[in-house]
Design a protein around this ligand. Structure first.
Ligand code: PRX
Length: 652
C-alpha cells in the first residue's frame, strides 16, 4: 500500500470498534485479551508453558519450556512428546466424532463431507499404507496434490507416523517439484492423476513423472490418487494407486509419539537468492501457534463453518486449513477450483450453500472480485458470515472497505492478519471481540509476541509513523527452527542483521500514534505477487537458463489486482529483438512457467542491449524499478557505466 493511502485513512480517522453483539459473544473480549497480554509480559516463558499444557494433549509432559542454549536455534517444550494428528483428530472422537470436519466442493460442484470419525479412519488407513511402503519416522514425503480432502489426509497421515511432509503447490512446475524433492531427499511422492482449475485439468501426474525422470533418486514410491479419472500411465514397481494402497488397511493406526521438536513439515519459500529455502517447522510449538491463533483471531465457536481459501501448498493452507481449525474441532470448507468458475459468483455461492460463518482470503482475490461489481455478491445470501479475514499482502483501504460493506454488510469485523511462512502462525492481528480496526492496518501483536520496529542500529523506533525493520524480539513457539540442510542461511537471513538478538521478518513497517502496525512491504528482493512470495533472483535464473538470454533483471511493479506484477528486463545473446517481439515474449513467459510455475511468468518483458550498471558492475535495481513504474528518475545516474541505456530501457 502506498503512503498516500495510509495517510488518507489516518486523516479520516476511520476506526471500527467491534459491535456490542459481537463483543458480548466473543471468546476473547478486551478484558481477557488484556489478561493474556499481561501474563505474557510478566513471564513470557511461563505464559507459553501454561498455554502448551492447556491447549495440547501430551503423551509425555514437558518439563523444560524453552531452551535458549543454542540460540537462535531455539527449542520449545524439548523433553515433551506428543502426536500432532492425535491432537487434531483423536481428541475430538469422543465428544465430536460425528461432527463434520471437512466439507469439500470440487470444481464441477460435487460435495463430499467427512466427519471427524471418518477423517480419522481415512488418515489411519493412509498412514498404514505409508508404513506398508516402508515410510519411517523422520522420512520426508512430498505432497503434490489438488486442494482436496486427500491432501489433508496425506499431511495428517505423515504427522501420525512422524514422517516429515513437504507440500509443493500444484501450480509449481515439474522442475520446481524436482528441486524440492531433491533438497528434502524425499522417499515418497504423493500426487493425483490431475486437478481441476478453471475448467481445465492440471496434469499433476505428468509433471510428477517429468520431475522423477530428471533426478529425484531418493524417491522409491509414487502414490497416485485417482481424482479426475483421465488416463495416466503408471510405472510398474514405482507407482501405486492411492485407492489400492488403502483399501485393505485398518482404520486405526498407532501414532508415533514424537519429540516436541520433531520436524512436522518443510515448506519451501522464496528468498533473495535463486534457490527456495526449506522452512522447517516443529511439531508442538507449531501446533500450539496454529491452534491458539485460530481461537484468538477467528473466535472459533462450536457451530462455526470456517473457510480459508488458501491452497495447502502455502503456509496459510497448513496453519488455517490443515492444522489450526482441525485442532479446534471446527468444520472446514475446502474448494478445489477457481474463484470465478463457472461464473464470478462461485465464492459467494459457496458461502451461501455451506453457510460459511468465517471467511479468510487474500486481498488479491478481493480486488479481483470487487472489480466485477457489487451486484454479484449482492445476489447471494451472505447472512451466515460473522467474521472476515485477510492475509498475504497489505490490503488497500478501498478493498478493506468493500469487504466490510459489501461482503460483511457492516456487521462483520475484519481481521487483517500479518504473518509469514517462517512465523508458522499469525503474529500481528486484531482480536475481533476486542480490537478496534483501521482499514489497512494489521493493528497489534497477539499475546506473547514481542513485535517491534527498529532502526538500522536495532533501536526501537518510537516516533509515530516513522518506518523501520519489522522484528520480533523474543522467540515464540511456532517460529521456524531452521532452513533444511542450511542452518547458516537460517542465521544469516533472519538473525545476523541484529547480532542474533532479533528475528528479522524482511518487511518494513511503521506504527501510528496508537501503536498500530502498518506493513509497508518487503525490504529484500522478494516480490509479493497475488499474495505469493516470489524471489526476483529465481525468475532471473529461470530467464538466463533460456539459450537466447544473456542477462536478466527482474523488479516488481504495482498492479491493481495482483498487488505486484513481475517486470523483466532481458538482454539477449546477439542482436536485441526488434519489431514485433510478441512471439518471443510469449516463448520466454512459457519458459519461466516451465522452470518455476505459472505464477512466476513475467507480466512484462523489455529488451535492452545491456543493463544499467554502476562502474563496479552492480545492477541499479532502484533505477529499473523507477523505469518499470514510469516514475521520474531521481537517482544520480552519473555513476552509470552506460547512461545512454536509460532511454532504451524506457522503451523509447
Ligand atoms: O510481506 C509480508 C506479506 O507476506 C509475506 C509473507 O509471505 P508468505 O511467507 O508467503 O506468507 C503469506 C501468508 C502468511 C510477509 O513478509 N504479508 C503477509 N500478510 C500480510 C502481509 N503484508 C501485509 N499485511 C498482511 N496482513
Amino acid at each position: 500500500m502506498s503512503n498516500k493511502n495510509i495517510e488518507s485513512v489516518l486523516q479520516e480517522g476511520r476506526l471500527f470498534p467491534p459491535a456490542d453483539s459481537f463483543k458480548a459473544a466473543a471468546g476473547l473480549d478486551a478484558a481477557k485479551l488484556a489478561a493474556l497480554h499481561a501474563a505474557a509480559e510478566h513471564d513470557p516463558t511461563g505464559f507459553w508453558g501454561d498455554q502448551a499444557r492447556e491447549a495440547l494433549t501430551w503423551h509425555t509432559p514437558f518439563t523444560d519450556v524453552l531452551d535458549e542454549s543454542e540460540a537462535p536455534n531455539y527449542r520449545w517444550f524439548g523433553d515433551g512428546k506428543l502426536n500432532v494428528s492425535v491432537n487434531c483428530l483423536d481428541v475430538h472422537l469422543a465428544e465430536r466424532g460425528d461432527n463434520t470436519a471437512l466439507v469439500f466442493e470440487s470444481e464441477p460442484g460435487a460435495v463430499r463431507r467427512l466427519t471427524y470419525r471418518e477423517l480419522h479412519a481415512e488418515v489411519c488407513r493412509f498412514a498404514n499404507g505409508l508404513r506398508a511402503l516402508g515410510v519411517e519416522q523422520g522420512d520426508r514425503v512430498v505432497i503434490y496434490m489438488p486442494l482436496m480432502p486427500e491432501a489433508i489426509i496425506a499431511m495428517q497421515a505423515c504427522a501420525r507416523i512422524g514422517a516429515i511432509h513437504s507440500v509443493v503447490f500444484g501450480g509449481f512446475s515439474a522442475l520446481s517439484l524436482r528441486d524440492r524433492i531433491e533438497d528434502a531427499g524425499a522417499r515418497v511422492l504423493i500426487t493425483a492423476d490431475g486437478g481441476m482449475r478453471g475448467g481445465n485439468v492440471i496434469e499433476l501426474k505428468t509433471a510428477a513423472d517429468k520431475a522423477l525422470s530428471e533426478g529425484c533418486a531418493s524417491i522409491e514410491s509414487l502414490i497416485v490418487l485417482r481424482h479426475t479419472g483421465h488416463d495416466v500411465p503408471m510405472v510398474a514397481g514405482r507407482d501405486v494407486w492411492w485407492q489400492d494402497l488403502v483399501h485393505d488397511k485398518p482404520a486405526t493406526c498407532e501414532p508415533a509419539w514424537v519429540d516436541a521438536e520433531h520436524p512436522l513439515f518443510l515448506l519451501y519459500t522464496s528468498g533473495s537468492t535463486g534457490k527456495p529455502k526449506g522452512i522447517q517447522h516443529s511439531s508442538a510449538g507449531y501446533l500450539l501457534g496454529a491452534k491458539l491463533s485460530t481461537q484468538w483471531v477467528f473466535d472459533l465457536q462450536p457451530d462455526d463453518v470456517f473457510w480459508c481459501t488458501a491452497d495447502v501448498g502455502w503456509i496459510t493452507g497448513h496453519s488455517y486449513v490443515a492444522y489450526g481449525p482441525l485442532a479446534n474441532g471446527a468444520t472446514v470448507v475446502l474448494y478445489e477450483g477457481g474463484p470465478t468458475w463457472p461464473d464470478a459468483g462461485r465464492f459467494w455461492r459457496i458461502i451461501e450453500d455451506h453457510k460459511v460463518s468465517i471467511f479468510y482470503t487474500a486481498p488479491t482475490a478481493l480486488r479481483a472480485l470487487m472489480k466485477l461489481g457489487d451486484d454479484i455478491p449482492n445476489s447471494y445470501d451472505l447472512s451466515s458470515l460473522r467474521l472476515l479475514g485477510s492475509v498475504g499482502e497489505p490490503i488497500n483501504p478501498e478493498a478493506w472497505m468493500w469487504y466490510r460493506t459489501v461482503i460483511g454488510k457492516d456487521r462483520c469485523p475484519i481481521v487483517d492478519t500479518w504473518w509469514q511462512t517462517e512465523t508458522g502462525a499469525i503474529l500481528i492481528s486484531p482480536v475481533p471481540g476486542a480490537t478496534a480496526t483501521k482499514p489497512g492496518s494489521c493493528t497489534q501483536p497477539l499475546p506473547g509476541i514481542d513485535a517491534a520496529i527498529v532502526d538500522d542500529e536495532g533501536n526501537a523506533v518510537t516516533k509515530p509513523d516513522a518506518g523501520g525493520y519489522l522484528v520480533v524480539r523474543r522467540p515464540w513457539p511456532s517460529m521456524l527452527r531452521t532452513i533444511w540442510n542450511d542452518n547458516d542461511r537460517y542465521i544469516d537471513t533472519y538473525w545476523h542483521r541484529f547480532q542474533n538478538r532479533y528475528y528479522v521478518a524482511g518487511d518494513s513497517a511503521h506504527r501510528d500514534a496508537d501503536g498500530y502496525f502498518w506493513i509497508m512491504g518487503r525490504i529484500d528482493d522478494v516480490l509479493n505477487v497475488s499474495g505469493h512470495r516470489l524471489g526476483t533472483m529465481e525468475v532471473e535464473s529461470a530467464l538466463v537458463a533460456h539459450h537466447r538470454v544473456a542477462e536478466a533483471a527482474v523488479v516488481g511493479k504495482p498492479h491493481p489486482v495482483k498487488g505486484e506484477a513481475v517486470f523483466a528486463y532481458v538482454v539477449c545473446r546477439g542482436e536485441r529483438p526488434m519489431g514485433d517481439t510478441r512471439a518471443f515474449v510469449e516463448e520466454l513467459r512459457q519458459w519461466v512457467g516451465e522452470q518455476i510455475g505459472a505464477i512466476a511468468k513475467p507480466d512484462e518483458i523489455r529488451f535492452a542491449d545491456n543493463l544499467p550498471k554502476t562502474r563496479s558492475g552492480k545492477i541499479m535495481r532502484r533505477l529499473l524499478r523507477a523505469i518499470a513504474r514510469d516514475e521520474e528518475i531521481t537517482q544520480d545516474i552519473s555513476t552509470l557505466e552506460n547512461p545512454q541505456i536509460v532511454d532504451q530501457l524506457r522503451g523509447k
